[in-house]
Design a protein around this ligand. Structure first.
Ligand code: MOS
Length: 735
């Protein structure tokens, strides 16, 4: 971006600093490191969903020229059980012949070429003792349980039963959301290289340090012997927060054959062993007075988990605090079925939870004959009533106001089927979003070099969200350098430790650490300058000096200044460096920290065909300080597009008899494409949050897709008069 003043890049629509590398192919992904003597791994996966492997015949496969090894439970190294964690229970590491789910990893074929490994994999003959799987939770609901005991997943305030009895207006419905798969453009991939007992892994992961620690545990090594490198990742959305079995198996087979091995999952292989968003069935009760004020709110969720681990999809969590209500109860139960382990997927909990709550709020608005925004304003929570804490900041009212104005909400005729465009039914719907702002400890190192450039490093990940770019901006502004003079490095466990890139926290957590490290560097060079008789800043008070225009100047008289290069030149041309860590502070813990948003959807529905098109979408978001309006806007747009998929097309379909996934590719598992994507408008509501963290950013990755599906479902109701309580809203449900 041209015309940018030095020190003034934050908030501006700065282009991605890694954009050129990405479009020219210079950005290296986990399966793109051309190592010497590299062998290619291809996974073997089960074709049944429950039972045992009876026989594995590898004779024909082993005859394929170039095959190096075929590793199955018959010859895999023992991976020691660690009773302290569920690591070995949750991942299938070829330790026995039991099959728990469709597409379970049951072997790795390694060859000199990918083609030979693929051909050999196709020739491995596996027979099974098959058992009848159960893959749909509907038949199992009576077995639902709360991990940790009957009441362990419950939250309660007031007396819901009593208030419900007395409520003037009541809405009580059950909502269902399907299993979804993350579908990053780059499927999971690992390249593993051993050097003696030291392991280097190039991995497509959202969590380099957790990957390092899990690999260390699997191989009985100290973490210092394992290095994980992730310079680029083609999307994660939660599926790459966990170390899955293929990563460990790739390292195990590389060790076994004494050669580096790379293994990338095919798209169809990701529909089982790498997690999914589980099915939820959610019962919601909303009781209100005639004025619309909520008096009772109950939200109970039953979600799917696998037979070998307890994963809870916390869909009811959003109901604990989004609205003001004296009597609230929420609960979470899970049901075991024969599927792969579910995991977090973008806005876990809130994305499916908001579909139930925000659909029910729309139903309540119709029951009350009240405008849906008005209903939400009546129930606006002045504080977090669940934790009984004030909000650190909350711009929700402003989101409603600015969003409604720009969308033209006042022109909406609330009557269903009242708006048309030609033969098409037109509907407008809205929904609210909220997401907590998390913060884990992050660290960064900043080195101001004698040539006046800065090297900034943190062991974080850029999952496509713009971490490289935004951290470059944070450092450039703090050091008063142009963006081109800052280099930001990430994605290596040799760098200062930072948290996983999940929970929408990277920008705030790592940005705070980068910012603090830069301030330290400035302090250090200020000290050098004031002590230096040859510097124009000599003898001035340290506090009177600031970073400015690639050097330092007096706050009160910026003409008294000196460049970093000049200062360092007189001091042995040594770099000035600092390392800083940043974690949540005690003051911030006195507040409830959340981002908020209001989403507005327009749909057109063909009344004869039942097809739904989202024709317009607008989101107004309050997420603290926006560090880069371009990458942030792209994030929100991406979340909305993901939400359109959730609303209209995405669903893992499992065959009841075989338990197998029937749509395990992007041809049959329908993600929105450009033709499905409307004009999207994003408003960032101006918000200043002084307590949340040093840079005032809240995180935007997940707020972007919370409330999208219900906004669309509510628009579909407005268009058609049909309330669809089960996602996705496919045409069969509308006819
Ligand atoms: Mo997200 S599910 O925290 O990648």
């Amino acid at each position: 971006m041209s015309g940018l003043k030095i020190g003034n890049s934050l908030g501006k629509p700065v282009d991605r600093v890694d954009g050129r590398l990405k479009v020219t192919g210079g950005a290296k992904y986990a399966a793109e490191y051309p190592l010497k003597n590299l062998a290619y791994g291809v996974l073997l996966q089960s074709t049944v969903s429950k039972g045992r492997i009876k026989k594995i015949d590898t004779q024909e496969a082993e005859r394929v020229p170039g095959v190096v090894t075929i590793m199955t439970y018959l010859n895999a190294p023992k991976i020691p059980a660690k009773p302290a964690s569920d690591f070995n229970n949750a991942l299938h590491l070829l330790q026995d012949n039991v099959i728990y789910h469709d597409r379970q990893n049951i072997g790795v074929v390694v060859a000199d070429t990918f083609e030979a490994a693929s051909e050999a994999a196709s020739l491995v003959k596996i027979t099974y003792d098959r058992k009848a799987p159960t893959v749909h939770i509907e038949s199992e609901l009576s077995k639902a349980f709360a991990p940790g005991g009957e009441h362990s997943q419950q939250t309660k305030r007031g007396d819901v039963d009593n208030a419900w009895k007395k409520a003037a207006v009541k809405v009580e419905h059950t909502y269902k959301t399907p299993a979804e798969i993350h579908s990053p453009m780059e499927p999971h991939a690992t390249t593993a290289v051993w050097d003696g007992d030291e392991l280097t892994v190039y991995e497509s992961t959202q969590a380099i340090f957790a990957t390092r620690d899990n690999l260390a545990k699997a191989f009985g090594l100290p973490p210092s012997k394992v290095r994980v490198i992730t310079h680029f990742i083609g999307g994660g959305f939660g599926t790459k927060l966990t170390t899955w079995s293929a990563t460990i198996l790739t390292a195990a087979v590389a060790k076994k054959i004494g050669r580096p091995v790379k293994l990338a999952l095919a798209r169809s292989q990701t529909f089982g062993p790498t997690g999914h968003r589980p099915v939820t069935i959610q019962a919601v009760k909303l009781g209100a007075g005639a004025d619309g004020k909520l008096v009772a709110l109950s939200h109970e969720c039953i979600s799917e988990t696998c037979s070998y681990s307890d994963f809870i999809e916390h869909a009811s969590g959003i109901s604990t605090r989004l609205y003001s209500c004296p009597n609230v109860s929420t609960n979470q139960k899970i049901v075991r079925v024969d599927v792969g382990m579910p995991t977090w997927m973008r806005a876990p909990g809130e994305a499916p939870g908001s579909f139930a709550l925000e659909s029910a709020m729309d139903e309540l608005a119709y029951a009350l004959k009240m405008d849906p925004i008005q209903l939400r304003l009546v129930n606006y929570a002045n504080k977090d009533e669940h934790d009984n804490l004030p909000w650190s900041s909350n711009s929700l009212k402003e989101c409603y106001k600015q969003g409604a104005a720009k969308f033209g909400w006042q022109k909406r005729n609330p009557q269903p089927r009242s708006m048309r465009k030609g033969d098409l039914l037109v509907g407008w719907g809205m929904a609210t979003a909220t997401h907590p702002t998390f913060r884990m400890k992050a660290s960064a190192k900043v080195k101001l070099l004698p040539d006046g450039t800065a090297l900034v490093q943190s062991g974080t990940q850029d999952i496509g969200t713009g971490t490289y770019t935004v951290m470059t901006q944070v450092a450039a502004d703090a050091l008063a350098l142009p963006l081109t003079k800052v280099k930001f490095e990430l994605g290596d466990t040799l760098l200062p430790e930072s948290p996983l890139s999940g929970g929408s926290m990277t920008a705030a957590a790592v940005g705070s650490a980068v910012s603090l490290a830069c301030l330290d560097v400035v302090k250090k060079i200020v000290k050098i300058a004031v002590a230096d008789k040859s510097s124009p800043l000599h003898g001035h008070k340290e506090n009177d000096i600031q970073a400015s225009n690639q050097g330092l100047c007096l706050r009160a008289d910026p003409k008294i200044a000196e460049s970093y290069v000049e200062i360092m030149k007189r001091h042995g041309s040594l770099p000035v460096e600092a390392t800083a860590s940043s974690a949540s502070d005690a003051n911030a813990e006195k507040y409830s920290k959340h981002s908020f948003g209001a989403h507005f959807a327009e749909v057109q529905v063909d009344p004869d065909l039942g097809t739904v098109r989202v024709t317009r979408f607008l989101s107004a978001v309050g997420a603290g300080r926006i560090l880069n309006s371009k990458t942030a806007g792209s994030q929100i747009k991406g979340g909305i597009i993901y939400g359109i998929g959730m609303a209209l097309t995405e669903e893992i379909l499992r065959d009841g008899a075989s338990g197998r996934v029937m749509n395990a590719d992007l041809g049959e598992y329908h993600l929105p494409v450009h033709a499905d994507t409307p004009d999207i408008n994003v408003i960032f509501v101006d918000e200043h949050d002084s307590v949340i963290n040093p840079i005032g950013a809240k995180g935007i990755g997940e707020i972007a897709m919370i409330g999208i599906a219900p906004a669309i479902a509510n628009a579909v109701y407005h268009a058609t008069g049909k309330r669809i309580r089960e996602l996705p809203i496919t045409l069969d449900k509308l006819l």
